[in-house]
Write a protein that binds this ligand. Structure first.
Ligand code: SF4
Length: 74
């Protein structure tokens, strides 16, 4: 994985979509908001991009190796 993944918890709608499609990489914290799991490190960038784009509130943020946030809406 080259991308760094962060969850914008204020935007997470607890839809569970990321947890359903990639349970090895995403789970829920005690407030039922998404959080990354250690397994996220082994998810290929292409798949991370796909998952982040499918989040209904764009709460999954991706950053490239230079620390720039990817624009998921384009
Ligand atoms: S897909 Fe998005 S809104 Fe749904 S649980 Fe994951 S981060 Fe939250």
């Amino acid at each position: 994985m080259a991308y760094t993944v962060k969850i914008d918890k204020q935007s997470c709608l607890s839809s569970g979509r990321c947890v359903t499609v990639a349970a090895e990489a995403f789970g829920f914290d005690g407030d039922e908001l998404a959080e990354t799991l250690p397994g996220v490190a082994s998810v290929p960038d292409e798949r991370l991009l796909e998952i982040a784009k499918s989040c209904p509130s764009y709460a999954i943020l991706l950053f490239d190796e230079q620390g720039r946030e990817l624009d998921l809406t384009s």
